[in-house]
Ligand binder design. Structure first.
Ligand code: GH3
Ligand code: MG
Ligand code: MG
Ligand code: MG
Length: 312
């Protein structure tokens, strides 16, 4: 094949990244004590498709962050009694926000002051006045990158499902939500049956492909609003919002059947694997972890009672 010209390759990669990042629509929190200015930025960024929340009181920043959960934050430097750098430092104390891109927007021209402000934990310094186009593009690039990094952070590399701590967070969130709205939602715990044998008899790589196959099946069969996580090695947790235990049992039973129908081939031999599921109603418990324990208990009962199926 023809060698690819480096400039052509570079240009096409840049075009691809640029197109992808231009279509990103992230969530932006703006903290600026000048409400008119914040309103202007909000209008500009909303015009470019962003979901923007503008606040003017630095004291509320942590609660606003957890309420709104932005992809990036735009931060003013001088705000009455508070300084942007102090806010940046405060935000960085919270492990949840260690990787949140913080971008100062300030008329501060002194490079030394800018550097000191950056040292408190921010990522970029934009000097006011900032053109609308520049602001939009900077936000797109930062949001795109933040999303990419966040995916790496929260997803398991083998299955691309949510990692343990993130699925636990989602379970807690959904438990609180459905309880508040008096709706019923379900949590399910899944565990592959006799999986040690699969590894022992067919090897770890075969084991990995069985785990991946279950992850794909779950993605295919569940609704886009359902949340799927890899809870541990060969254990999975699933959140089914707006779903009764009977509906949950029926959906998960179909998944168990479809999974046991799969056949995995290995050196001419073919193998099938089953899975056991325990489910519980999220709204019947006082916390997400109580509901999860109940689902785990149901799973344990299913393991004792013959595996390959669902127990409430
Ligand atoms: P049970 O039906 O009672 O669940 O039996 P089990 O053999 O599945 O028992 P257990 O849950 O104790 O064993 C889990 C096994 O899963 C042990 C471990 O080697 C294997 N495992 C965990 N994570 C992975 C992984 O990422 N890849 C592979 N191939 N195997 C894994
Ligand atoms: Mg100000
Ligand atoms: Mg297990
Ligand atoms: Mg198992």
């Amino acid at each position: 094949t023809e060698p690819v010209d480096a400039t052509v390759l570079t240009e096409s990669i840049e075009r691809l990244v640029s197109e992808q990042s231009r279509t990103v629509s992230g969530k932006i929190l703006i903290l600026d004590d000048d409400e008119d200015l914040a309103g202007h930025y909000r209008a500009v960024l909303e015009g470019a498709g962003f979901n923007v929340h503008a606040i003017s009181n630095p004291e509320t920043v942590l609660s606003e962050l957890s309420e709104f959960s932005p992809d990036i934050m735009l931060l003013d430097v001088r705000m009455g009694d508070y300084s942007g750098p102090t806010v940046a430092k405060l935000v960085r104390f919270d492990p949840e926000w260690v990787s949140l891109p913080i971008i100062y927007l300030s008329s501060e021209q002194d490079k030394q002051v800018q550097l000191e402000a950056m040292a408190k934990g921010a990522d970029e310094f934009l000097t006011k006045p900032v053109s609308d186009r520049y602001l939009v593009r900077a936000a797109q690039i930062r949001c795109y990158r933040a999303r990419q990094l966040n995916e790496l952070l929260i997803r398991d590399s083998l299955t691309s499902l949510l990692k343990h701590s993130y699925i636990k967070q989602e379970i807690d969130k959904e438990q609180a939500r459905c309880k508040r709205l008096s709706q019923s939602s379900v949590v399910a715990m899944l565990d592959l049956d006799h999986f040690k044998k699969v590894n022992d008899q067919y090897g770890h790589r075969m084991g990995d492909s069985v785990i991946k196959a279950l992850a794909s099946l779950l993605r295919q069969r569940l609704r886009s609003t359902d949340i799927i996580g890899r809870y541990g090695g060969e254990e999975f947790a699933v959140v089914l919002p707006e779903c009764t235990t009977q509906e949950g049992q029926s959906v998960m039973t179909q998944i168990c059947e479809a999974f046991s129908d799969l056949s995995f081939n290995n050196d001419g031999a073919s193998l099938s694997v089953t899975l056991s599921v325990g489910i519980a109603a999220l709204d019947a418990f006082e916390s997400g972890s109580d509901a999860l324990n109940a689902a785990d208990q149901a799973l344990y009962e299913r393991k004792k009672g013959g595996r390959n199926g669902v127990t409430i």
